[in-house]
Design a protein around this ligand. Structure first.
Ligand code: NAP
Length: 288
């Protein structure tokens, strides 16, 4: 059965473009004032095709925004110690302002140890425990980019969060968990669902604001979404589909992110924005 779409789309591509334009202006300001161009170091271990594509995409976006990128490619058999040493060297390097470790890294590597080698001042992807704690305590720091992008979309579309029931499906350290903390900071009442949740649909049905971060294609269906809910689909699965069944969800939601073109572009926009903020802070340039 085909149902009519009633939801308005949250256009992540358009919002991300505006953020990136402002970022490019700030990058130019830094370069002009200091003679130094903001620089993002990208670190890739191995040659996983998806990861190679993601890194290349981020480098291209950097170039368009006036950010240089330095790429560190390490072989798949790199040890935890070698990766930690490579990242620690970037943390010390004054020419590098932000560090992105493309993840997942190969299984034999302690990913947490690698993340923790990123200096908090350069953690523009918001993956360290320092950044997570700062975000959770409402202190200055860099947010994890996808949750940061989700919050920017909510702000852009004037979604009031105070007192609203927010349900986050997924609790990964870089997505679900920080998304819930950011919603809590805006006075939403937050519930997390995960693989051990009992009767997940009944909890999802309570959501005024639903964040899907599961990594399973079309896992959440419209029949489980409260009419008028705001739906943010962070999922990106094979076949270019999200974690929400778009057609059925768009028939009941009031606002929804498309996949692609919703949360995805916002993630990169926040990464670039935070890179330039990091450069500004390290080079002593006040940004607009
Ligand atoms: P992840 O680390 O695999 O985490 C998935 C989460 O979903 C886990 O917390 C897991 O629960 C939960 N889950 C899995 N199966 C479930 C089930 N049957 N019922 C309830 N919960 C279930 O994934 P992630 O890195 O957070 O990514 C999630 C999705 O977002 C993926 O599609 C990914 O591609 C996408 N993503 C997009 C961007 C972007 O830029 N747009 C960035 C990052 C990720 P447990 O904790 O209990 O295992």
């Amino acid at each position: 059965m085909t149902t009519a779409q009633t939801a308005r789309l949250m256009d992540g591509t358009a919002v991300a473009r505006r953020i990136t334009e402002a970022t490019a202006a700030n990058a130019a300001k830094i370069t002009e004032a200091t003679g130094t161009t903001p620089c993002l170091a990208t670190v890739l271990v191995g040659e996983d095709p998806a990861s190679v594509t993601y890194v290349r995409m981020k480098q291209n976006r950097c170039a368009k925004a006036g950010i240089t990128s330095r790429h560190v490619a390490l072989p798949a058999e790199t040890t935890t110690e070698e990766l930690v040493a490579a990242i620690a060297a970037l943390s010390e390097d004054p020419e590098v302002h932000g560090i992105l470790l493309q993840h997942p890294v190969p299984h034999h590597i302690d990913e947490r140890a690698a993340f923790e080698a990123i200096a908090p001042a350069k953690d523009v992807d918001g993956v360290t425990m320092h950044s997570f704690a700062a975000m959770s305590f409402g202190e200055p720091g860099f947010v994890s980019c996808t949750p940061g992008g989700i919050m920017r979309l909510l702000a852009e579309y004037d979604v009031e969060l105070t007192g609203k029931r927010a349900v986050v499906v997924g609790r990964s350290a870089i997505l679900g968990k920080p998304a819930g903390m950011l919603l809590l900071a805006q006075d939403a009442t937050v519930t997390y669902c995960h693989s051990r949740t009992v009767d997940l649909p009944s909890i999802v049905r309570e959501a005024d604001v639903l964040v899907a971060a599961v990594g399973r294609a079309e896992f959440i269906k419209g029949e489980d979404i409260k009419p008028g809910a705001v739906v943010l689909d962070a999922g990106y699965n094979e076949g270019n589909v999200g974690d929400v069944h778009f057609e059925s969800a768009a028939a009941v939601a009031s606002l929804i992110t498309p996949v692609p073109g919703g949360v995805g572009p916002m993630t990169i926009a926040v990464l670039l924005e935070q890179t330039v903020q990091a450069a500004g802070a390290q080079l002593g340039v006040e940004l607009g």
